[in-house]
Design a protein around this ligand. Structure first.
Ligand SMILES: [Zn+2]
Length: 155
């Protein structure tokens, strides 16, 4: 879960909207204060723009896992070396080691979750909502006016 902070370009009202980590939702917003409409392209209309690869591609996390694991190994080797040959070690190095090990673990968990398709149900729900919005011809027209390339099946 997350949120996106916006500001109405007309009246300057600050708006905060809840969304998932990839901001799947309609990019067309209307200000609750003055009612004017504006666009926020940080939001992703998934039926038009597709899913964020970070929510569908496990390889990204596998790469992250490999990278952080390599850093962890380097830190560990350095630490052992320093303890054995220099009689001491900087605490920063230990911090680095712990941080890298933790990051690689997070990547591994995310890899497994993405690989198993644990986010697919959530993605399917967002796609369904997106397709529902696109059944509205006026909405599609607005998106086109804002510069979105709409697939023919929604026109
Ligand atoms: Zn406003």
């Amino acid at each position: 879960m997350g949120f996106v902070d916006m500001q109405c370009p007309k009246c300057g009202a600050k708006i905060r909207e809840k969304c998932n980590a990839w901001a799947y939702g309609s990019p067309i917003k209307s200000c609750p204060k003055c009612g004017s409409e504006f666009i926020d392209k940080r939001f992703r209309e998934v039926a038009v723009e597709g899913f964020d690869t970070r929510s569908t591609d496990p390889v990204l996390y596998l790469k992250g896992f490999g990278l952080f694991l390599a850093f962890t190994t380097v830190c560990a080797v350095l630490l052992v070396f320093m303890i054995n040959f220099m009689g001491g070690y900087p605490t920063k190095l230990v911090g680095c080691l712990v941080l890298c090990a933790f990051a690689s673990l997070v990547c591994l968990v995310l890899f497994i979750c993405t690989k198993l398709g644990l986010g697919e149900k959530d993605n399917a729900k967002h796609l369904e909502e997106s397709e529902k919005r696109l059944q509205n011809k006026e909405y599609v027209k607005k998106l086109e006016e804002y510069g979105y390339d709409i697939p023919d099946k929604y026109k």
